[in-house]
Design a binder for this molecule. Structure first.
Ligand SMILES: *Cc1c(COP(=O)(O)O)cnc(C)c1O
Length: 338
């Protein structure tokens, strides 16, 4: 039994998901004739109360498309120093859209509306033009933390007052919705564009979706084409998404519970200095300075337990659909005996 807690992307489609995929009705999506893709896009747009949704092969491409839709070359995007768009999209913001990022020194990947106001450049010609605010919910590098919705609403007001777009990287928005008992509609109301992921907590092999109203989304399909994201009979993949929306959202609570239980055991270990607060399915912890990180990794690997380093001495475990009760019991038992 291999226990893989490196990421919630390591899941494999279940028999039932594969059956749903096999039965998909497909067509050429370039001609917009794949009825399963169309169904998924219509459904997700409706969930968020938006006019349009577009299916993407990756979350990175969905986010990069959003950046392009909201900005012109030379513009600046306000985001947290931990933001995925800044850290983990291969410099795409500058490569694809010619924009720079104004990084906010937030807490657990989150910041305040006041910090946004302070980060907006003056409207003077020698400053770059601030055109977009981007936030992440849940935060990835911030350890799966969830935003308070009130702060998000205040930010919307700041965006309106300053004529800024507002994009949500919702790769793990499902986790936040389930944990905080929030709705897709309320998020749709405050953001101009939202990207959501189907291949993390929801267990699909691939897929992200970008939603927004017609005005901002009218160019999205052209940008996706420019980025090389045109697809053909991808209804097979969209069917996995439809299946996941029906079956795999509510169960995320189980992942959150397990993550919290892992946190409790980790904090009892003398080797571990701190365990960051656990809100959803991500556990981030730090070893004491005198504990060798490689040694710690190896000790776990010898027991077929795999975790990942986040750099700066931080280690990460992520619970997911394929992390079973049996694996959980075995992991806790191994931690107790470490
Ligand atoms: C995973 C992730 C993405 C998208 O990643 P892809 O691997 O391109 O699908 C975007 N934002 C956040 C916060 C993520 O965790």
């Amino acid at each position: 039994m291999i226990i893989d807690l490196r990421s919630d992307t390591v899941t494999k489609p279940t028999k039932y998901m594969l059956e749903a995929m096999m039965q998909a009705k497909v067509g050429d999506d370039v001609f917009r004739e794949d009825e399963t893709v169309n169904e998924l896009e219509t459904r997700v747009a409706k969930m968020f109360g938006k006019d349009q949704a577009l299916f993407f092969p990756s979350g990175t491409m969905a986010n990069q498309t959003a950046l392009k839709l909201h900005t012109n070359p030379g513009d600046q995007v306000i985001c947290d120093k931990y933001a995925h768009i800044y850290n983990y999209e291969s410099g795409g913001a500058s490569f694809n859209s010619g924009v720079s990022c104004k990084l906010i020194d937030g807490s657990k990947g989150m910041f305040t509306a006041k910090q946004v106001e302070e980060a907006i450049n003056p409207d003077t010609y020698y400053y770059s033009k601030t055109s977009l605010v981007e936030i992440e919910n849940t935060t990835n590098k911030g350890g799966g933390a969830c935003w308070g919705f009130n702060e998000i609403k205040k930010m919307r007001t700041v965006c309106d007052e300053n004529n800024l777009g507002f994009h949500l990287d919702g790769a793990r928005l499902w986790n936040a919705l389930v944990e905080k008992k929030e709705t897709t509609e309320q998020y749709g109301e405050v953001f101009d564009t939202i990207s959501v992921c189907l291949s993390k907590g929801l267990g699909c092999p691939i897929g992200s979706i970008l939603v927004g109203d017609s005005k901002i989304m009218q160019n999205a399909i052209r940008i996706r084409k420019i980025f090389g994201g045109n697809m053909r009979q991808v209804g097979y993949l969209a069917a996995a998404g439809l299946y996941a929306l029906d079956n795999n959202i509510e169960r995320l609570k189980i992942d959150h519970q397990k993550a919290k239980e892992i946190g409790v055991e980790l904090s009892k270990l003398s080797m571990i200095k701190t365990v960051e607060p656990i809100e959803t399915n991500i556990v981030i912890f730090e070893l004491h300075n005198d504990v060798n990180e490689n040694h710690f990794f190896q000790k776990l690997a010898d027991k077929n337990i795999h975790i990942i380093s986040m750099g700066s001495g931080k280690l990460r475990m992520v619970t997911h659909l394929d992390y079973t009760n049996e694996m959980h019991d075995k992991l806790l038992e191994n931690l107790i005996n470490m």
